[in-house]
Design a protein around this ligand. Structure first.
Ligand SMILES: *Cc1c(COP(=O)(O)O)cnc(C)c1O
Length: 360
């Protein structure tokens, strides 16, 4: 069977070239005589894989030396607990901005460990935007301010970061890591699960500033302490070795594409294809206010549920799959991460055009 254009929100498409390379290396990696899955995480071969992945990510994201890069397990959701357990330990307070379900879940988890202050929320408008607020709405004594950079379900993204002064900014970038350039120094901590833009599910990247380590609450399980993982170079226990290897190959692929600046340009072109069509369509409609649109997840709807279903079925017949929107938004959602080629987006827009012409 031929490969399809997979618009899944996650796990999602991976670069074809990397899949092929991984296939070639699957049974026997280099001259090791074994698969990466079979080797000791303490072997020299694996340590090289880990170090290369780390240094390539540092290059790609311009991560300064005073930030640690950790490769952990447990997905984005485990970070919802790790962030408060490790950082909410001085004043036991944190500020959260609620831009969707992931931010809400993170805030709920944090409220088990301390006082959570909701600075702003766009729940009233079904998260179709990043809510407005002023710097004076932030707590002066928060241990950190928490945002979700790209809202996977609703298709919004932060274009400008809030100025939190000396208070560390924490960002969930699970669905936008390496999709556009960001200034790491604006953050105290960033994290991302792998299965949207990095590789197979199972590895989680955490980028954390030195000075935020070592303040975990007393009862924090050892495995949930950033300082333990930092001290042990992500090798405190067996890390997700195959995931780290695969992600490393994705980093190399990104570097070969010209790095994040080039990928961002391509992502902007891809997103523009869809948004331009939606802005001019008489039938399809985007669900997000224009200024806050995501580059990665594009939700849109047709006037009736029957039309949504008809379009989804037609798309599937044409090899454009997993376009069904999240149940809280309905309609369709095209997730167009780094690995989605421009041709895939063009094929989707062409089908939407055809659908519109035949449904006047
Ligand atoms: C997918 C996602 C998560 C959850 O990730 P898991 O790895 O499934 O725990 C968290 N935040 C955002 C923004 C996501 O897109």
């Amino acid at each position: 069977m031929e490969r399809v254009y997979n618009f899944s929100a996650g796990p999602s498409m991976l670069p074809f070239a990397v899949l092929k390379q991984a296939q070639e290396e699957f049974v026997c990696y280099g001259d090791s005589g074994m698969s990466v899955m079979e080797m000791s995480h303490r072997s020299q071969v694996f340590e090289k894989i880990l170090e290369k992945a780390k240094s390539d990510l540092r290059t790609l994201m311009h991560i300064p030396e005073n930030y640690h890069i950790l490769f952990l397990q447990g997905g984005g959701s485990t970070q919802f607990a790790m962030v408060p357990l490790n950082l909410m330990s001085k004043n036991k307070k944190a500020d959260y901005i609620i831009t969707g379900q992931w931010a809400k879940k993170a805030a709920e988890e944090a409220s088990r460990y301390g006082e959570v202050h909701i600075v702003a929320s766009s729940a009233d408008t079904n998260f179709d935007r990043i809510p407005e607020f002023s710097a004076s709405d932030l707590s002066l004594d928060a241990d950190y301010v928490y945002i979700t950079l790209n809202n996977t379900i609703y298709g919004t993204r932060w274009h400008a970061l809030p100025d939190t002064g000396d208070i560390p900014l924490v960002g969930d970038m699970s669905s936008s890591i390496l999709s556009e350039e960001i200034d790491i120094t604006k953050f105290g901590l960033l994290f991302a699960g792998a299965q949207k833009n990095l590789g197979p599910a199972g590895v989680t990247v955490v980028i954390v500033r030195d000075d935020l380590l070592g303040n975990a609450m007393d009862f924090t399980p050892t495995m949930l302490r950033y300082d333990i993982h930092a001290k042990n170079n992500s090798l405190y226990n067996t890390p997700p070795t195959y995931g780290i290897y695969f992600m490393g190959r994705v980093f190399e692929w990104l570097l070969a594409q010209g790095g994040v600046a080039q990928i961002q340009k391509r992502n902007e072109e891809k997103a523009a294809l869809l948004y331009d069509f939606l802005d001019h369509s008489k039938l399809f409609r985007g669900t997000v206010v224009a200024k806050d649109r995501s580059l990665m997840n594009v939700p849109f709807v047709l006037p009736t549920e029957e039309l949504n279903q008809e379009f989804l079925a037609l798309a599937k017949e044409n090899g454009l799959v997993n376009l069904k929107g999240h149940r809280t938004v309905g309609g369709m959602r095209a997730s167009i991460y780094n690995a989605m080629p421009k041709e895939g987006v063009a094929a989707l827009v062409a089908l939407m055009q055809r659908f519109e012409q035949t449904h006047q």
